[in-house]
Design a protein around this ligand. Structure first.
Ligand SMILES: C[S@@+](CC[C@H](N)C(=O)[O-])C[C@H]1O[C@@H](n2cnc3c(N)ncnc32)[C@H](O)[C@@H]1O
Length: 261
């Protein structure tokens, strides 16, 4: 079975309970301590800015943006994840609007040049048609708007990935292979930290393929960010040592090419 046989909406609905608990319990420590804050920091001062958060799930990053002063719309395929987002919004309103839709349709759903910011927190790699998503993002962004999205770092997330360990289980080196084996794949959410296990479809891209997708959608790369915890944070949270040693996440900060003219 490859990812084309696995329906993304059904897969994320099936995993919604476990995913929500993973995030809300704090067990997803990379998100809370590393890539989430890094994506928010890369967005800069968002006060008063309109933002469209793609693949918002149950609203983790939409809420970070809204608390930082942005006016946020979140879109996602999964009804079950959105139901939790809407429940949290009713318990503590942040004026976030949530819509169930395929992010590939944003170009048809929203007026051109509506948003200052388009974001995606660890979601673009899960979308079946990132070219359509990025070209929609280019349409709905204002001329000087920015899009920022985090993904698993292509260089440290190939199909073959294993820590070489010493006799006590300590991590010696991260062994990586098959970087160029890109395309559809299945993410097996199997960790002791999860309430139950499930699978979701995703796609692997090389750095060049990401860069081509970005250029073909009418963007240029303004900045790359490789989130890394500080040594002090790793001292307090030794579980972050691996992403202190190797970059696990990559943030693309992109702008419309016409904004350069
Ligand atoms: C890893 S989760 C991240 C969710 C959220 N951004 C967060 O950080 O918690 C990926 C999300 O992408 C959503 N997704 C996948 N394909 C999508 C699509 N074509 N359009 C909209 N959302 C999609 C999934 O439903 C899921 O919520």
């Amino acid at each position: 079975m490859d990812s084309s046989d696995l329906d993304a909406r059904a897969a994320w609905n099936a995993g919604a309970d476990a995913f929500i608990q993973f995030v809300e319990s704090g067990a997803d420590y990379y998100r809370h301590l590393v890539h989430g804050p890094a994506l928010l920091a890369a967005c800069g001062d968002v006060r008063g800015q309109t933002a469209l958060d793609l693949g918002c799930g149950h609203g983790y990053f939409s809420r970070l943006l809204a608390r930082a002063g942005s006016i946020v719309t979140g879109v996602d395929l999964s009804d079950n994840l959105l139901a939790r987002a809407i429940e949290l919004e009713s318990q503590g309103p942040l004026r976030i609007a949530y819509l169930q839709m395929d992010a590939a349709q944003i170009g048809d759903r929203f007026e051109a040049e509506t948003f200052n910011l388009v974001t995606g927190c660890m979601s673009l790699q899960d979308m079946a048609d990132p070219a359509a998503v990025l070209s929609g993002a280019s349409r709905v962004l204002k001329r000087d708007g920015r899009a920022l999205f985090s993904v698993p770092h292509p260089c440290t997330d190939p199909p073959v990935r294993e820590w070489k360990r010493d006799e006590r289980g300590g991590k010696l080196a991260l062994c990586l292979d098959r970087y160029f084996d890109t395309g559809p794949a299945i993410c097996h959410w199997v960790m002791a930290r999860l309430k139950y296990h499930w699978r979701t479809p995703f796609r692997r891209y090389t750095l060049t393929q990401w860069s081509d997708l970005i250029r073909d959608a009418g963007f240029f790369i303004q900045n790359l960010h490789e989130p890394r915890p500080s040594a002090e944070l790793v001292a307090a949270h030794p579980e972050l040592d691996d992403c202190f040693r190797m970059p696990f996440f990559l943030i693309f900060e992109i702008m419309k090419r016409e904004s350069q003219a």
